[in-house]
Design a binder for this molecule. Structure first.
Ligand SMILES: O=C(O)CCC(=O)C(=O)O
Length: 268
C-alpha cells in the first residue's frame, strides 16, 4: 500500500465511492500549473468555454491533452497517483483514460452542473477513479460529491453543460438529474490545498459551486482505469469521443492509446 493511503481510506472509497487524499500531487504542483498554462495558451480540439453570453467570469475546460503536454505526461508517469489508484480500486493494473483541466477564473458564478462522468464514457466496470486536484486553495469553490451515488440502480441523465440538452436520445434509461442540496443527500466537500486530491468513482454524482473567490480555481483531473475496465457501446458519440478508436464491446481499452502506467508485481 502506498504511504499516502490507509486501509480506512480504501474502505471508504469502496463503500462511499469518494475519499480525500491529502498531498497526492504535492511534489508536482508547479509542473501541473505550467501544464495548465500551456494547455490554455494552446487549447486542444475539445476545449470549451462554458459560459453563456453575459455570464460573468470564465469557465474553461479541456481534456485528452497529456500526449502533447509534457508536464501532464510527467505527472501521470511519475506521481504516486497510479499506485494510489491501484490501492483504492483493488486493482493489479492501472491504465490512463485521460486528463481534464477545469479552470474557473475569479468571479465566475456559474456552477458546474451535477453529473456522473460514467454515462459520458465508453467504459464499463467498477474499477475506475478520477483524481480531482485543485492548483489553488479551495473552500466554497471545491468539488462536491454525493457519497454512495456510484451504487445507485439507474445512471443519471448526462446533459450538455452549456446547451443543457440531453447528451443521448434514450432518456428513459436514466434518472433525472437530482438536486442533492434540496434532497438532503450526503454531500462530501473539503477545504483543500494545492496538490490535495478528491478520489471519486466514475459513477459518483458531483458538481461544484461557482468561483466567487478573488483567486483562480484551477483544477487538474486525472482519470484512471483498473482491471475490469472494458469498452462499452453507448447510444451516441461519447465524451471524450476518441475518434477512430476501433474498439469492440467487451475489449480492454487499447494499450497504445490508454497505456498501463502501474502494474503490481506480487511476490510469490
Ligand atoms: O472542476 C469542476 O468544476 C468539475 C470537475 C469535474 O466534473 C470532474 O473532474 O469530473
Amino acid at each position: 500500500m502506498h504511504p499516502l493511503v490507509t486501509q480506512a481510506q480504501i474502505d471508504t472509497f469502496q463503500t462511499e465511492g469518494v475519499v480525500l487524499i491529502k498531498g497526492l500531487f504535492k511534489s508536482h504542483i508547479d509542473t501541473i500549473r505550467s501544464g495548465i498554462e500551456r494547455n490554455m495558451a494552446k487549447p486542444g480540439p475539445y476545449a470549451a468555454e462554458n459560459l453563456k453570453e453575459g455570464e460573468a467570469g470564465r469557465f474553461f475546460d479541456d481534456y485528452c491533452n497529456w500526449t502533447r503536454i509534457p508536464e501532464f505526461e510527467e505527472v501521470i508517469r511519475t506521481s504516486p497517483a497510479a499506485e494510489v489508484a491501484a490501492d483504492l480500486m483493488g486493482s493489479q493494473r492501472v491504465q490512463v483514460f485521460h486528463d481534464h483541466v477545469l479552470v474557473k477564473e475569479p468571479g465566475t458564478s456559474k456552477a458546474t452542473p451535477w453529473h456522473q462522468d460514467g454515462p459520458y464514457y465508453f467504459v464499463d466496470g467498477i474499477q475506475n477513479v478520477s483524481f480531482w486536484s485543485p492548483m489553488d486553495p479551495v473552500n466554497d469553490n471545491s468539488l462536491r460529491c454525493v457519497a454512495g451515488s456510484h451504487a445507485w440502480d439507474k445512471p443519471v441523465l448526462p446533459t450538455r453543460w452549456l446547451a443543457e440538452t440531453s447528451f443521448y436520445a434514450n432518456e428513459d434509461e436514466y434518472m433525472p438529474v437530482p438536486d442533492p442540496d434540496a434532497e438532503g443527500m450526503d454531500i462530501k466537500e473539503w477545504q483543500m490545498e494545492p496538490g490535495d486530491a478528491v478520489a471519486f468513482n466514475y459513477g459518483i454524482l458531483h458538481g461544484a459551486r461557482g468561483n466567487e473567490a478573488s483567486t483562480r480555481r484551477r483544477a487538474f483531473s486525472l482519470r484512471l482505469l483498473g482491471d475490469d475496465a472494458r469498452y462499452i457501446e453507448r447510444p451516441g458519440p461519447t465524451s471524450p469521443p476518441f475518434p477512430g478508436h476501433d474498439m469492440k464491446p467487451g475489449q480492454r481499452l487499447r494499450e497504445d492509446w490508454f497505456p498501463t502506467i502501474f502494474e503490481r508485481k506480487d511476490i510469490i
